[in-house]
Design a protein around this ligand. Structure first.
Ligand code: XLS
Ligand code: NI
Ligand code: NI
Length: 441
């Protein structure tokens, strides 16, 4: 296979195939059957599964208490250009073997940032050309690109919201290059995650000014990419905290309000990450429903948190119940707008075998597939939809309908209530709803 390049990194592992729920083969999909049609679309098209370059090919398992444990072969070259190429070879081999169609990256996941800006620019151009070729031979596509404007110490006070204009300008330059790379690789979307767009202390922070700067900055970025002919979506990825104490894109509702305030709502949608939702004290499905209501359900970063601690553990998805509830929202919304399901997740520090990353992605894909199949069955064969609609049926006729149509005034409500007298209680039937979900899982 030409797409493997000269070297095979994942030796002994072939293409991962669908073998069905009765298969004992750990290196096979049990539920994710790419070409199976569910609710009018293949699973492949529903999900557009993507691998996250940063976790799968840059992360080595380091944590605050110790260095990396995953010293894989593609990470060993000393020369940054060679290292970037090796990483790309390993990434494209892995994605091909998984049978996925997409990847996502930050600029300096692709290649190490250089000591100077112009050297970084050269490096990015080299690796972009290299990956362009790999894309061509493999057919693998770019779901989205983004810029890492949070790791380098220069961004310690923020990027677009930095109090120092020169840092803002530097972030702008970096994002221009990241967008250029995304467009050169025919990226379908571009993401903004504001890791340090926020503050640690309000005492030294002019929040209003910083928010205005962020609005201004995103409008400039949009105008630049549109001017270059970029037709894709821009996504904001909300997260309430970490690394900043308080991030401006706290959650989906906050991000939507922000986008509308700065006139960005036509070009931007939301990229929702499971663990970010839980950090914001929401559920994943809540965040999805909020975005869907605004017509902004753009893309998903699939992972899961840990309910016993409060940080972004970025574990692979395995919670069928949670994902099934999310897929109910997904199907009801008619899927994602331009985006896909990106596994923004990493294997644990003590997962040190080459096949661990396969098990991780197989499990994640199967979780989503099983949840989609279940949600589809719930919608098509259970009483779930009817029960839900019945709760609101008083708005389907008569005065309820007039209310929705804006034909009533407050005094009409007064008259209706007076005529009604005391009301009978209407059960919410939550336990029944919960049972239906579990029955179909
Ligand atoms: C971090 C974010 C990050 C974005 C891309 O928590 O999830 O990985 O997805 O910058
Ligand atoms: Ni993410
Ligand atoms: Ni995250």
């Amino acid at each position: 296979m030409t797409l493997l390049g000269d070297k095979e990194y994942f030796k002994g592992i072939g293409e991962i195939k669908y073998e069905g729920a009765t298969s004992d083969n750990p290196l096979a999909f049990k539920y994710y059957n790419p070409n199976q049609v569910v609710a009018g679309k293949t699973m492949r098209d529903h999900f557009k599964f993507a691998i996250a370059y940063w976790h799968t090919f840059c992360g080595q398992g380091a944590d605050p208490f110790g260095p990396g444990t995953q010293n894989f072969e593609w990470d060993r070259a000393k020369d940054p250009i060679q290292a970037g190429k090796d990483k790309a070879d390993a990434a494209f081999e892995f994605i091909s073997k998984m049978g996925f169609d997409y990847f996502c990256f930050h600029d300096f996941d692709l290649i190490q940032e250089a000591p100077t800006f112009s050297e970084s620019e050269k490096r990015l151009a080299i690796i972009t050309d290299y990956i362009k070729e790999k894309k061509k031979t493999s057919g693998i596509k770019l779901l989205w690109g983004t810029a890492n404007c949070f790791s380098n110490p220069r961004y310690m006070n923020g990027a677009a919201t930095n109090p120092d204009f020169d840092v803002v300008a530097r972030a702008g330059a970096q994002i221009k290059l990241a967008m250029d790379a995304t467009m050169a690789l025919e990226g379908e979307n571009y993401v903004f995650w504001g890791g340090r767009e926020g503050y640690m202390s309000l005492l030294n922070t002019d929040m209003g000014r910083e928010l205005d700067h962020m609005g201004q900055f995103l409008a400039m970025a949009r105008d630049y990419a549109r001017g270059q002919g970029f037709k894709g979506n821009f996504f904001i990825e909300p997260k309430p905290m970490e690394p900043s104490k308080h991030q401006y894109d706290f959650d989906t509702a906050t991000a939507i309000g922000f986008l509308r305030e700065y006139g960005l709502e036509k070009d931007f949608k939301i990229n929702i990450e499971v663990n970010h939702a839980t950090l914001a004290q929401h559920t994943f499905q809540h965040e999805m429903a909020v975005a869907a209501k605004a017509g902004m359900l753009g893309s998903l970063d699939a992972n899961r948190g840990d309910y016993q601690n409060g940080w972004d553990t970025d574990q692979f998805p395995n919670n069928i119940l949670e994902t099934t509830e999310a897929m109910l929202v997904f199907l009801k919304a008619g899927g994602l707008q331009g985006g896909g399901v990106n596994f923004d997740a990493k294997i644990r520090r003590n997962s040190t075998d080459l096949d661990d990353v396969f098990h991780a992605h197989i499990g994640g894909a199967d979780t989503f597939a099983r949840a989609l199949l279940t949600a589809d069955k719930i919608i098509s064969s259970s009483s779930y939809n009817a029960l839900r609609e019945r709760r609101y049926s008083s708005f389907d006729t008569g005065s309820g309908k007039d209310f929705e149509a804006g034909k009533l005034e407050l005094t009409d409500l007064y008259t209706i209530a007076k005529e009604n007298g005391e009301l009978e209680l209407q059960s919410g039937k939550q336990e029944l709803f919960e049972n239906i979900i579990n029955q179909y899982i």
